[in-house]
Write a protein that binds this ligand. Structure first.
Ligand code: TNX
Length: 517
């Protein structure tokens, strides 16, 4: 019999769907006597600690560890023959469980799969596993989500909870939108006003959160809203994510969406008053300011990437600015797009000198891309297609279906949102590689990413609602090979996933199962 506790394999299905899975006859039961066999390295201990706490929490079983090979074991081991860096093999036989990977990242993913084979508690009452053989590896290397902490501030513990959700879905990139017009969220020692003033705003009646920005000092008597991360907070979050094999990519937005910074340092705006929200491209001081900031940001993030935004630049301010006009003349730039490209290219050179790779939203294509830039395509797939065909790396993040600030059901029944409609199955059908990408350029599509903008989202609870269950669909779209995806099986599995969410106390939107309309 293939079933476990009378549930079919689909019923206790794993999300994202493993790429090869074979059920065999027989079961293995984990008891107090089962031992986790693992080598003595630091990474091994981190992964086995997580497994121990899962068995403790879900089954009240305290597993011990050993470095010696035994029967009746859950063995975690590195093996060179697993072909991909993020891949793993999971086998359950009469001797127990073995999870092998080329790296501990692969083993970590195997552990996530094991946890799902043994949850939710509502279905899996005892830790009994079918004999099984799984051979799995992700289809795409960039499996990400962005969280906007500028429009509303999310304290570090909330950010960690978001990271937990990414980890259970085998996602590996967390893009942290630390800076935008509404608030500056990262401590920069050289420019203390950014967090003393730029992280706080007055709360005004009858104004939408994105309409009422006015940077203020926290220690005024006015009612203020906001917050920021110290460098110690950032390190803590980055380490927390690294333990879960998630890279944290910081975004320092420029040259637009910069009201928060420019109200603190208005000398770097075109009008000298900082209300325009665009750095003056004719002022060398703007570049120096941003470079000094980046110099402080780089050591906090081990990721090879740094995101500089680049979207929705109010270029009309540049056209009315004498310094910008002079720059265009001196550099022989024909229009504002070329000035924008000059800005991004100049920053790219600096970022490259710091050994980081620049990512920008697809507007950085306008006026010409810097030679090494990676493009994050949000205004549909077109920018990504153009960049990939020109030989640039691309992350696909099209508003439809990957904006998680959009509704999942009919708007009158949903919490406040930005509009749009991206339900669960729309996300499930996401394919990061459109046919228009030339066959020999397909490798430039690194993967995909959802974006959670938070103009309307103030709490972790609401953020979870917007993420779930859509992130489950996205994880499968990015991990599972297209020929292994199956909508009907996925829908059955999502029922089980809802029980897992409930047990983990995660808020989620049942309404995401609404049909297309
Ligand atoms: C566009 S997507 C933006 C964000 C907004 C979002 C709302 C992008 C690069 N820019 O600043 O928050 O729309 O959906």
């Amino acid at each position: 019999m293939l079933s476990c506790n009378n549930k079919t394999p689909e019923k206790i299905g794993v999300i994202p769907q493993p790429n090869f899975i074979e059920y065999k006859k027989g079961t293995f039961i984990i008891t107090e006597k089962t031992v986790i066999v693992v080598d003595a390295s630091y990474e091994a201990k981190q992964v086995s600690d997580m497994l121990q706490s899962f068995f403790d929490k879900n089954f009240n079983i305290k597993l011990t560890t050993s470095t010696k090979i035994k029967d009746n074991a859950i063995q975690l081991k590195i093996a060179e023959d697993v072909y991909s860096k993020e891949g793993y093999q999971l086998k359950v036989t009469k001797n127990g469980v073995s999870i092998t990977g080329k790296t501990y990242q692969g083993i970590f993913y195997g552990v996530q799969t094991l946890k799902q084979l043994l949850s939710p508690k509502a279905i899996v009452k005892t830790p009994t596993l079918n004999f099984i053989s799984i051979n799995d590896a992700p289809e795409f290397g960039w499996r990400g989500m962005m969280l906007d902490v500028s429009r509303h501030f999310f304290p570090k513990d909330s950010v960690k909870k978001v990271i937990d959700i990414l980890a259970m879905h085998k996602m590996n990139k967390f893009h942290w939108h630390l800076v935008d017009g509404i608030g500056w969220r990262i401590q920069i020692d050289k420019y203390p006003e950014l967090t003393k003033k730029g992280a706080w705003r007055k709360v005004k009646e009858n104004k939408k959160p994105w309409e009422d920005f006015e940077a203020t000092y926290k220690d005024t008597k006015a009612e203020v809203y906001g917050g920021f991360y110290t460098k110690a907070d950032i390190k803590e979050v980055v380490e927390y994510a690294a333990k879960r094999y998630i890279d944290v990519i910081p975004e320092i937005e420029m040259p637009g969406h910069s009201e928060a910074a420019l109200q603190c340092y208005p000398e770097f705006s075109c009008d000298g008053e900082g209300t325009s929200g665009v750095y003056c491209a004719g002022n060398d001081g703007s570049f120096e300011f941003l470079q000094n900031i980046i110099t402080e940001v780089v050591p906090l993030f081990p990721s090879e990437y740094l995101h500089i935004g680049g979207d929705e630049v109010g270029k009309q301010y540049w056209l009315n600015c004498k310094k910008c006009q002079k720059r265009m003349h001196d550099e022989n730039l024909g229009n504002a797009e070329e000035l924008q490209s000059y800005f991004v290219k100049r920053m790219e050179k600096f970022i490259h000198s710091k050994n980081k790779k620049l990512i920008g939203w697809d507007e950085i294509l306008e006026g010409g891309l810097p030679e090494r830039a990676t493009v994050m395509s949000w205004r549909g797939f077109e920018g990504g297609i153009e960049a990939a065909n020109a030989g640039h790396d691309v992350i696909m993040s099209p508003g439809s279906p990957l904006y998680f600030d959009h509704n999942q059901g009919k708007s009158e029944f949903e919490p406040p949102s930005w509009g749009g409609y991206n339900n669960l199955l729309k996300v499930y059908s996401f394919n990061p590689v459109p046919n228009a990408v030339a066959a020999n350029k397909r490798h430039h599509i690194l993967g995909g990413q959802a974006n959670l903008w938070t103009e309307q989202i103030k709490t972790l609870n609401h953020a979870q609602y917007m993420m779930l269950p859509r992130l489950s669909a996205l994880s499968e779209a990015l991990w599972t090979k297209p020929n292994q995806k199956n909508k009907d099986v996925f829908i059955k599995k999502i029922d089980v996933q809802f029980d897992r969410f409930k047990e983990l106390n995660y808020n989620f939107a049942g309404s995401s199962l609404s049909p297309d309309y």
